[in-house]
Design a protein around this ligand. Structure first.
Ligand code: PBG
Length: 327
């Protein structure tokens, strides 16, 4: 055959394949989501998330040190309070669970970059992401509480805040309270395009945050929509977001790319609990190779355009990158 093009030429050895690789990854862009709970001496496995744990504040340190030693870039904290009420008051309490956890993390492991997930659903008795008016979440009343939550997390030591509630105008509300209190240099990573997704199932079990009635479809996005995702992204850019997030990651690569091509901000993608548990349970059944799938999922998210990858596999991925399996 007299072929002009033989693309296989560049695939002929590992050395060459690595040389021409288009997507490069770095451990410093990995973020690990971590659950902290009230109580002492607790490290309990989350039933729906094999290999993931809820830690009490006094037991966090062991995990934080492992993550820092592995080279993971940052940690995103989720608090699980003892007490929930209608207005989620533990979300913005000075001695709330996540505030205590930030203080501890900063003292135990100052080199780790600590991020606060800002939402109400783990803290409200009804499990919705804001305060209710009848059976729906009252957007504008919720903004005030989200802003207070973000401020209290930053005052406790959070390096960055990440609002995940999907209320309209929350980036602006948080930016303005942080600025008014002197935190002009604390970045906001906005969960800009967060979809009403069944992939969050295991998380709601982990954080005890399933809504007690209805669903989140009046605030989280409809997964049929691509242009609306871009609208949300561009609104958050206008409101002053520093980083844009797309969530979930695995089935939403088109939107990661859309955000990347239409903004000048760094893009984050959150590989959520359902993605994690699908891999874990299928691998445990012996039906697929866990490490290979985890590498492939990560590389695909970065290839789609993500700069920051939030994943329960962060520590494993850091190791795979060290081993040269990807990146
Ligand atoms: C809080 C929040 C959720 C997740 C991150 N922040 C749950 C939800 O929106 O129901 C999901 C993360 C995951 O599934 O890993 N609103």
């Amino acid at each position: 055959m007299d072929l002009t093009y033989r693309p296989r030429r560049l695939r002929s050895s590992m050395r060459l394949r690595k040389m021409v690789r288009e997507t490069r990854m770095d451990k410093s862009s990995l973020i690990y989501p971590m659950f902290v709970t009230e109580g002492t001496n607790i490290k309990e496995e989350i039933p729906s998330m094999m290999g993931q744990y809820r830690y009490s504040v006094d037991r966090m340190e062991e995990k934080l040190i492992e993550l820092a030693e592995a080279g993971v870039g940052g940690v995103m904290l989720f608090g699980i309070p003892d007490h929930k009420d209608e207005v989620g008051s533990q979300a913005y309490a000075e001695d709330g669970i996540v505030q205590k956890a930030f203080r501890k993390a900063k003292e135990a492991c100052p080199e780790l970059y600590m991020i606060g997930d800002v939402c109400m659903c783990e803290y409200t008795s009804h499990g919705h992401c804001g305060v209710l008016c009848g059976h729906d979440v009252d957007n504008d009343k919720t903004l005030e509480l989200l802003a207070k939550t973000a401020l209290s997390q930053v005052q406790a030591g959070a390096d960055m805040v990440a609002p995940s509630d999907m209320m309209d105008g929350r980036v602006e509300a948080i930016r303005s309270i942080l600025d008014d209190n002197g935190f002009i240099n604390t970045p906001i990573m906005a969960y800009s395009a967060k979809f009403a997704s069944a992939f969050y199932g295991p998380f709601r079990d982990a954080a005890d945050s399933a809504p007690s009635f209805g669903d989140r479809k009046t605030y989280q996005m409809d997964y049929h929509n691509r242009r609306e995702a871009l609208k949300e992204v561009l609104l958050d850019v206008d409101e002053g977001a520093d980083i844009i997030m797309i969530k979930p990651a695995m089935a939403y690569g088109d939107l990661i790319r859309e955000a990347k091509d239409n903004t000048c901000l760094p893009i984050a993608a959150y590989s959520v609990s359902g993605e994690y548990s699908m891999v874990k349970t299928t691998a445990a059944a012996g039906f697929l190779d866990e490490a290979a799938i985890v590498c492939e999922m990560a590389a695909c998210a970065y290839r789609a355009g993500t700069d920051i990858y939030i994943t329960y596999f962060a520590q494993e991925l850091a190791k795979y990158m060290d081993e040269g399996r990807l990146g």
